[in-house]
Write a protein that binds this ligand. Structure first.
Ligand code: GLC
Length: 615
């Protein structure tokens, strides 16, 4: 270690513990580099420590997580909890703050991480759909050493193969977390944020190769195993999956981005900024940023990712620069900018972040935008333009314009295309990317309205009998065979390939509230209410009009339930959508208009004294 380096010990401990799982160095020249110590195979003990009380005390407030003794054992985070302690702490501490005690008193004790011991009792009698949804959401809560830390992906008693649906998925927990925040139940969200942060520093490898340190897992599972030699004790183990066990072995790029978005929502909703200000949380944010902002070979400011690295987690031809990832990336950068506490050594990172925000914003608004006028422009494109000021910069051949697009594009309205690569525009409409571009203000105000106009104009295609198509249209025939690799789950109008996902209701609601058009979400919620509970809260629906419960859809899918609840809660209290939305600030607006008016020729030539940034 150089003499000028300052070592910061980072407490990555949960709540009442302090685990020294990571340290990083900030040297006097402000280069920031990270040195994980999670590779310490001997294990790092987490003991009750008051050493960092100034940092962590506020986060501990109200939390009675007790009697745990946690350590890193090999690859697993292990907590030893006495069985009776776990039960007691569930009775006394979990879930709800005020007001909800009576509901909880009737809840069964958790069995293997889930509150339900007898499957999913469908609500009966006079219960509203919303009440039923709350019951089901609570039944999906997963506990770790007596504390609620997430929700399992699906709680389907009829399913013969569980696969990984009994795990807590980071992306799936976001609507659950928001529902709990909006209900005033904060503990589960704080615990989720802090425990997943610990998993970020995990040792993760696939065939001897390790991904970047800032990677957040796709999902994790709480395993309860008997403690060797002591029948009265059990160990609880947090077992993360970074993609090394996932179908297709894809690294989840969206997890860390969603984590940042949820962290900001937690601070906004609770007013408790102490979590985001913790040193370990700040380090976590920086590690994610470092991974995303690292220089590569790319000419574009968009994030280059592999197929299946987001909600669509199987081959669907979305490798490259898919809109969903770009919208989440942009949103996470905006949220991180708000939360990063200025300190020595963070200037370079903040500069890199700002530069990327401006470039990304310009790139998406300019090159991903599609409406009738733009299609006509593409239709008349010159190709093979070798010049600095080419109109057809990406050399798109007009023949690429698919025949369906001409009918699909309304006179009024438009959307951001799914992906852009050299000589390739993916013209498919991807719902989550478009909605989150509205929410994060990646799209301009006009573009945001135009996206909602298109959703309204194309209601029969995008919503039909159940909100909301994940993408439009489906790939069929030879295209399906080649692009999905003949994936039998992604057949046309099923699952990721044009299936309808009720969870997307919550993002639709945030976007339409932000644009002052909540009636769009109201209409969609009303439609969902006609069937969703009767159909047992499926994961997705199939067919062009979403008439069938998906071929392999799980029932009682938690994010279908939570997505519905968030939509209902926000429609009842639209002001709360602010916890999730970001408005464009004047700095960005100015930078954007400078870029638009800049002459590309003028910007060439030797680089002016540009501030370098090192992350
Ligand atoms: C499926 C979905 C993915 C989701 C997971 C758990 O794999 O494609 O987005 O996170 O199920 O629900």
């Amino acid at each position: 270690m150089a003499a000028s380096e300052t070592v910061l010990r980072v407490p990555l401990g949960s709540l009442s513990q302090s685990c020294y799982l990571a340290s990083f160095f900030v040297n006097s020249t402000t280069n920031l580099s990270f040195k994980p110590v999670s590779i310490n195979r001997k294990g790092v003990r987490c003991t009750s420590s008051h050493e960092f009380s100034s940092i962590s005390n506020s986060a501990v407030r109200g939390h009675s997580f007790h009697s745990s003794n946690c350590s890193l054992k090999g690859k697993k985070f292990v907590c030893k909890c006495q069985k009776h302690d776990v039960e007691e702490s569930i009775r006394s501490t979990v879930l709800p703050s005020d007001g909800l005690k009576s509901d909880l008193d009737e809840m069964p004790l958790p069995v293997n991480g889930s509150l339900s011991s007898n499957g999913n009792a469908q609500s009966v009698g006079t219960k509203s759909i919303e009440d039923e949804a709350w019951d089901l959401l609570r039944q999906s809560v997963v506990f770790y050493c007596g504390s609620p830390i997430g929700t399992i992906a699906a709680n389907d008693p009829s399913s013969t193969s569980v696969l990984n649906y009994d795990q807590v998925f980071i992306r799936d927990f976001i609507p659950s977390g928001i529902a709990f925040l909006l209900k005033g139940e904060y503990d589960i969200v704080r615990n989720f944020i802090l425990y997943t942060l610990q998993l970020q520093s995990w040792e993760k490898t696939m065939d001897c190769h390790s991904p970047g340190q800032g990677l957040m897992p796709c999902s994790f599972k709480v395993k309860t195993v008997p403690l060797d030699g002591d029948d009265s004790m059990t160990e609880e183990v947090l077992d993360p999956d970074f993609g090394e066990a996932a179908i297709g072995r894809v690294a989840p790029v969206d997890s860390g981005l969603w984590w940042i978005i949820l962290l900001r929502a937690y601070g906004k909703c609770t007013g408790d900024l102490s979590v985001q200000e913790r040193v370990d949380v700040q380090t976590g944010i920086k590690m994610i940023l470092k991974l995303c902002l690292a220089d590569g070979f790319d000419m574009f400011p968009t994030l280059l990712v592999t197929d299946g690295s987001c909600m669509i987690d199987r081959r669907m031809g979305i490798h490259g620069h898919p809109l969903e990832i770009q919208a989440l990336f942009y949103s996470a950068l905006v949220c991180a900018r708000e939360m990063l506490t200025p300190e020595d050594g963070s200037d370079d990172l903040i500069r890199a972040l700002n530069n990327r925000l401006v470039a990304l914003n310009f790139h998406i608004r300019e090159y991903y935008w599609l409406d009738l006028k733009k299609i006509n422009e593409i239709y008349r494109y010159q190709t093979e333009e070798y010049s600095y000021d080419a109109v057809n910069k990406f050399n798109i051949y007009p023949d690429q314009i698919p025949s369906w697009l001409v009918d699909f594009m309304p006179n009024r309205g438009g959307y951001l295309i799914g992906n852009l690569q050299p000589a390739h525009m993916d013209f498919r409409f991807f719902t989550l990317g478009n909605l989150w571009s509205i929410v994060s203000s990646l799209a301009t105000n006009d573009q945001s309205h135009a996206i909602l106009d298109l959703i309204e104009a194309k209601w029969a295609e995008l919503v039909a009998d159940m909100p909301l198509k994940i993408c439009y249209p489906a790939m069929e025939g030879e295209e399906w065979r080649i692009i999905t690799g003949s994936d039998p789950k992604n057949t046309p109008w099923s699952y990721h390939n044009g299936g309808a996902w009720p969870t997307l209701l919550w993002q639709l609601t945030v976007a339409s509230i932000k644009m002052g058009r909540p009636e769009i979400a109201e209409k969609a919620v009303e439609l969902a209410e006609r069937r969703i509970s009767l159909d047992k809260w499926p994961e997705y629906y199939d067919t062009k009009r979403a008439r069938f419960i998906g071929k392999q859809a799980r029932l009682y899918q938690t994010w279908s339930i939570a997505g519905y609840l968030v939509a209902k809660l926000l429609l009842a209290n639209p002001a709360a959508a602010k916890f999730l939305t970001s408005e464009e600030d004047s700095d960005l607006r100015n930078a954007f208009s400078c870029m638009i008016s800049a002459n590309p020729r003028r910007t060439r030539g030797p680089k002016k004294a540009q501030q370098p940034f090192i992350v």
